[in-house]
Design a protein around this ligand. Structure first.
Ligand code: EPZ
Length: 420
């Protein structure tokens, strides 16, 4: 398995083009199942997860035509509505085909996604909402068997906790359901809004985009569309912290300032300079990193997907920070690896107290999940000496050309093929 080698200590300077968002591209690709017309997505990031979902859609019968940073998908004939375990287990977002398959074809057999490194990741909210819309669902031998032979009907759905995936599954199902669906306590993440915008371009009737209350009037069919995928705020936030941790100066081209307001506010508290412009966001470190507490929350709060990276930044702060993870129950797998580099982190339940240390030391470390691996990259960029990160297939799921984007800004970073 590939590894990454970093020699730390260089301030990053220059500009980084931000790719299309992985967490928007995945639901948008699933939306192709809602119509027999071609759906084209542009600003498509080249990521492992996109390849995985492409193979899932192709085994359903979707005709996929890849282009240069874009993809066209045509779900004319879908002879197979089974999403198999060997694909779903590799990427939980595969469960996003459930709503579209059910809404358009009246049946779906989707493998239970199973847990992952950061938590058990149940899908009870997805299933409960679809049942309210008239689906008959039972789980057998690790698969979700869902039927709605007479189609789905609109319903009042209220999520007792904010769920990005459940909001997206129900939004897609409601677009073709008979009647009106109201989704209360809907996720407000920019990727959910991007999906809603694309569905409207396909002919869906959706109100309340960006708010916690979405109202969808079902239509009998949807058309094709061409949609540009929103910029990846988590990639941008990761590189923003790379600028801060290396006391560098980076411009993140194409990043949307309002999608990173919570992070920008915290980075300013730590002493970084954050300037927002049409071109994107510019972040400059200033030699000192003050400690600042963070609690992860659904959008527009501080994103859970930036928590691991922020822990690396606080590990070299001049003070201390209390980080509280409220979204996932096991999202501190990066902490022991950072400690092996010299970080001083104490975990108490869902909170982590990070006491800043003078410096981190390069070491051989292990990536455990996507965002944990980017946390180790940030630590490696500032650690003294060489850091080797193993199992970076985790990183390749969500970061396009990471080594090139960083080495173009002065980082000493390279990919080492092979290794354990
Ligand atoms: C999406 O996952 C993202 N993935 C995650 O990004 C992100 O961390 C997460 O939203 C939260 O923002 C994609 O968009 C592909 P949730 P999702 O449903 O939809 C619980 C990354 O690093 N829950 O909002 O699976 C769940 O266990 C990934 O890019 C239920 O209890 O997250 C969690 O505690 C990691 N029942 C909380 O809700 C359900 O039916 C939020 O999960 C569904 C979720």
């Amino acid at each position: 398995m590939d590894r990454i080698r970093i020699v730390g200590g260089r301030p990053l300077k220059g500009s980084i083009p931000i790719s299309g968002a992985k967490n928007a591209a995945l639901p948008l690709m699933a939306a192709c199942l809602l119509t027999d017309k071609p759906l084209t997505l542009t600003n498509l990031p080249a990521l492992a997860d996109i390849k995985t979902l492409t193979s899932l859609l192709e085994q359903h019968g979707v005709k996929v035509t890849p282009g240069d940073r874009q993809i066209t998908m045509e779900a004319k004939e879908i002879p197979n509505t089974v999403a198999p375990y060997d694909i779903v287990r590799r990427m939980r977002a595969s469960v996003l085909v459930l709503g579209p398959l059910l809404a358009r074809f009246g049946n779906a057999v989707v493998s239970m996604p199973g847990g992952c490194a950061i938590g058990t990741r149940p899908i009870d909210l997805h299933l409960g909402a679809l049942e309210k819309m008239g689906a008959k669902i039972h789980i057998g031998r690790g698969y979700i068997h869902a039927e709605a032979p007479k189609g789905l009907k609109g319903a009042n759905v209220r999520f007792d906790k904010v769920s990005v995936g459940a909001t997206e599954n129900v939004l897609m199902a409601a677009a073709l359901a008979k009647g009106e669906t109201v989704i209360d306590n809907a996720a407000r993440e920019p990727e959910v809004t991007d999906l809603a915008k694309c569905l409207v371009a396909m002919g869906a009737k959706i109100e309340g985009m960006g708010t916690e209350k979405l109202v969808v009037k079902g239509v009998p069919r949807l058309e094709g569309a061409t949609h540009k995928i929103v910029a990846d705020r988590i990639e941008a936030g990761t590189y923003a912290m790379a600028a801060a941790i290396t006391h560098g100066d980076l411009t993140l081209e194409g990043a949307e300032a309002e999608h990173l307001a919570a992070l920008s506010e915290v980075l300013r508290k730590t002493g970084a300079k954050v300037e927002e412009s049409k071109a994107g966001i510019r972040i400059a470190g200033n030699g000192a990193i003050a400690g600042a507490d963070v609690i992860t929350e659904p959008f527009p709060g501080f994103p859970t997907d930036l928590q691991a990276q922020y822990m690396a930044l606080m590990a070299v702060s001049d003070g201390a920070a209390m980080i509280t993870e409220t979204i996932f129950e096991n999202r501190y797998m990066h902490a022991p690896e950072l400690s092996r580099m010299g970080a001083n982190i104490t975990i108490h339940g869902s909170s982590a107290l990070v006491r800043g240390v003078e410096k981190l030391f390069g070491a051989e470390v292990m990536a455990t999940d996507l965002r944990a691996s980017s946390s180790l990259v940030l630590a490696g960029l500032v650690a003294e000496g060489e850091t080797i990160i193993n199992r970076i297939y985790h990183l390749d799921r969500g970061y396009e050309n990471l080594e090139k984007k960083l080495s173009d800004c002065g980082a000493e970073i390279e990919r080492l093929p092979g290794g354990r």
